[in-house]
Design a protein around this ligand. Structure first.
Ligand SMILES: Nc1ncnc2c1ncn2[C@@H]1O[C@H](COP(=O)(O)OP(=O)(O)OP(=O)(O)O)[C@@H](O)[C@H]1O
Ligand SMILES: [Mg+2]
Length: 241
């Protein structure tokens, strides 16, 4: 790939030279450490800025309907496995997607968060907001997070327009997920070496009315992913925007 120049230019064409941009223009973060989902909105002087190119325009350019496919379930349930297959199938159909995988997002955006109830809530709040931005960008965002709390899943749902948010319950009983234990987390938890593991010593609120429920004890990952694509087709989410 061609090497891009790293030289900085001002918009009048004058090079900034080799010096870095320097300090952030606003100095210290003005809003303190309000990271919790329960924290008040501390931005009373920040107004919504309207922009001309909107979601529909971006979606039209991509010729697709934006949506958030939200996979929830226990660790080891199969969220990442199925989400990966769904993304591959949509990609092969020419759809613009992005897979937000809980583990990967915890390597960056959410690396400051642990597994307490408050941190899990904040983790889901951020996932929801990022997915919303991606949907606003015209993408099909696939979110594979345990997302154990019903309240946070419902809060995420409220960020989207009707029909845009597809909650997919990857339904795997604890005993089955524990037998799979692809990351060895259940073994660690049973040995007392891992705290706050969902299903062991941290709760999981079973979805009451997800758009889609996948019983992974009866379906292969491939069949499950086909089922998700079939759901999207049947509900008009694969139509051209
Ligand atoms: N029917 C099935 N559907 C999905 N995964 C299955 C199925 N049968 C077996 N598996 C296996 O179960 C494991 C599921 O692991 P996966 O990492 O996808 O879970 P996860 O829900 O993403 O967990 P975590 O929340 O810890 O990231 C994989 O090793 C997968 O191959
Ligand atoms: Mg996963």
């Amino acid at each position: 790939m061609e090497q891009l120049s790293t030289q900085r230019y001002a918009i009048d064409g004058t090079p900034f030279g080799e010096a870095p941009y320097g300090e952030a223009p606003f100095g210290e973060a003005p809003f303190g450490e309000a990271t919790s989902a329960l924290a008040p909105n501390l931005t009373p002087n920040v107004h919504w800025q309207s922009v001309e190119i909107d979601k529909l325009a971006r979606a039209k350019l991509k010729a697709q309907r934006p949506a958030a496919l939200w996979l929830t379930g226990l660790s080891g349930a199969g969220k990442s496995t199925i989400a990966n297959l769904v993304e591959q199938k949509l990609h092969a159909m020419g759809r613009h997607t992005y897979l937000l995988d809980g583990d990967n997002v915890r390597h960056g955006l959410c690396k400051d968060l642990g597994f307490s109830a408050a941190d899990r809530s904040e983790n889901i709040r951020r996932a929801g907001e990022v997915a919303r931005l991606m949907v606003d960008a015209g993408l099909i965002a696939i979110v594979a997070f345990i997302s154990p709390f019903r309240a946070e899943r419902e809060a995420a749902r409220r960020l989207f327009e009707a029909g845009e948010f597809v909650e997919i319950f990857v339904d795997t009983p604890l005993a089955v997920a524990e037998a799979r234990d692809p990351k060895g987390l259940y073994k660690k938890a049973r040995r007392g070496e891992l705290k706050n593991l969902t299903g062991i010593d941290s709760p999981y609120d079973t979805p009451e009315s997800p758009e889609l429920r996948i019983d992974t004890t009866r379906l292969t990952p491939e069949d499950a992913a086909d089922g998700v694509v079939a759901y999207l087709r049947a509900n008009g989410l694969l139509r051209v925007a």
